[in-house]
Design a protein around this ligand. Sequence first.
Ligand code: ATP
Ligand code: MG
Length: 575
Amino acid sequence: MTNKEIIHRIYYILKPFRVKLFIAMVGMVIVAATTGVQAYLVKDLLDKIFMEKNEFFLNLLPLILILVFFIKALADFIYSFLLELVGQTVIRDLRIRIFSHIHLQPLSFFNSMPTGTLISRIISDVTLMQQAVSKALVNILRDFFQVVILLGVVFYMNWKLAMFSFIILPIAGYPIVKFGRLFRKLSIRSQEETANVSNLLHETITGNRIIKAFCKEKYESKRFNHQIDKLFSVTIRNAKFKSTQHPIMELIGGVAFALIIWFGGKEVIAGESTPGTFFAFITALVAAYEPVKRIAKINATIQQGMAAANRVFTLLDIEPEIKDKPNALNLLPFEKSIEFKGLSFSYYNEEHVLHDINLKIPTGQALAIVGPSGGGKTTLTNLIPRFLDVTEGEIFIDDTNIKDCTLASLRAQIGMVTQQTILFNDTVRNNIAYGNLEATDDQIFQAAKAAHASSFIEALPKGYDTVIGEGGSRLSGGQQQRLSIARAILKNAPILILDEATSALDTESEREVQKALENLMKNRTTLVIAHRLSTIKNVDRIIVIKDGCIVEEGTHDELLALHGEYEQLHNIQND
Ligand SMILES: Nc1ncnc2c1ncn2[C@@H]1O[C@H](COP(=O)(O)OP(=O)(O)OP(=O)(O)O)[C@@H](O)[C@H]1O
Ligand SMILES: [Mg+2]
C-alpha cells in the first residue's frame, strides 16, 4: 500500500469527525497566532518600555499579555481535548471493526494467522495509528501554522535577515526525510518482533502444563530471551537514530543562530535596525525553529503509525473466503436429506485430503464415521457448516446447495460437539446457553441433565453461576466435554455433529451420556465420529474413511461380514 493510499483511507476514517476537527484546527490557529503575538510584543517591550520608558505601555502590556495567554490557554484546551476525543473514538471503532472482521473469517484464516499476531494488530497497531493521527498529525498541523505565522512576523520585521530561514529550513528538512525512512523500516521490524513475542507468550502461557511436564522451563526462557533480544536490538537501533536526530537538528539551529546574531548585530550597530526589532526577530525565529525540531521528533511516530496503518488496512482488506453470496437464501427447515456429491477437499491447494465422497444421509438417520486417525473425518464434518468450503463437488441440504444459503441460516440448523472442547471463561450457565442466550433456567437445567452434567454442576461452589476459568480449565476433561454436549443439546438443532463427543468420559459416564445422546439423536440427523466402536453399535449406518476415501459402508453386522477395515478395527479393540 502506498503512503497516498494509506493517507486516503485515514482521511475517510476521519471524515465523519470533520466538524470537530475543524474546530480543533481553529483552536490550533489561535494558539499559533497568539505565539506570534507574543513574539511581536517583545519588540514593544524593548523599544517602548525600556528605550522610550513609556509608562502607559508599561501598564498596558502586562494586561495584553494576560489576555493573550488566557486566549491561548482556552484554545489549547479545546483543540487538544477534541483531538484526543476524535483519536480515541477512531481507535475504538477500528478495534471493533477488526474484531468483527476477524470473526467473519473461515477456519483456514486462523491456521495461517497466529493468535498473538492478531492480538497485536488490535492492541498495539491500532494504538500506534492513533498516536500518529492524534498526536503527531495534530502537532504537525499546529506546528505548521505556527511556523507560517512566525515566519510572517519575521519577514515583516526584517526581510533581509528572514531570508536566512530559507537556508535553514531545507537543511533542517534533510535529516527529517532521511531519518523518516529509517524509522519506517525499523518500525515494521519492531512490530513483527512484537507480534512474535506475543505469539510465543500466548503459546507458552496456555501450554504451561506441557512445559512443566517436560521440564522445559529453561528451554522456553531461552526461547523467550532470544525473541526479546531481537525486539530489543531493533528498539535500540531505533533509539540510536532518534538520539542522533535531535543533536543534528540542534546543531543546524545553533549555526543559523550564530550567523543571524552576526548579521543582525551589524545592522543594529550601524543604526539600520532597533534592538527591539532584533530581539523580537530572534524570539520569533527561535520560536519558529522549535516546531521544525518537533516535526523531526514526531516523524518517528508518524512513520510507525503509517507502517501500523498499512498492516491494519491489509488485514481489513482480507475478504472472508467464505461468505454469503449476494441474494443468499435462508435455508428452509431441514426435512429430507444431506447429500455429498463428488466431493473433494484440500487445505491450501495441497494434496487432497478427501477424494470423491458421495454420500446421502436421510433425515432422522444416525451415521457413524470411523476410520484411522488423519483419515479426514473431522474435515468432512467441517464442510457441512461451511467452516471450510469444498474444493470440488457439492453439498446439498434438502434441495439447496449450501453455498446458496446464508451462513447464519445454515449454521442455525447444526448442533456441534467438536473434537477439541472449547468453552469460555464465563459461568456454567452462560456456557450452556451459548447458542440460545434467552434460554430459561429450566431449559438449561434439562440440557445439563440430559448431558449428565447436572450433578457435578450442582456440586460446584456456585452451581450454575460458577465461572469455569479460561477454556474451562477449572473443570476436568470429562466435565468440559459434558458441558459442551449440554450446549449442543440446548441449541436443539435438527442436524447434530458429534466429533469424539464422549472420548474424555469414563466408561460409566460414557454409557450414560451415550444414552442421553441416543435420546437426542432420535428426532435428528446425526453424524457421529467415534474411535471406540462400542459407542456406535446402535447407529443406522457406518462409513469407514481411510486416506480421504469412503472404503466401506453398511451396518455393524454388514461391515463385520466384509472382513475388511472395519473388522480389523473391531478386532483390535476387542483384543
Ligand atoms: N488445518 C489444517 N491444515 C492443513 N491440513 C490439515 C488441517 N487439518 C487437518 N489437516 C490434514 O487433513 C487430514 C485429515 O485430518 P482430519 O482432522 O480430518 O482427520 P480425522 O480423521 O478427523 O483424524 P482424527 O481421528 O485423528 O481426529 C490430515 O492428514 C491432516 O494432516
Ligand atoms: Mg478428527
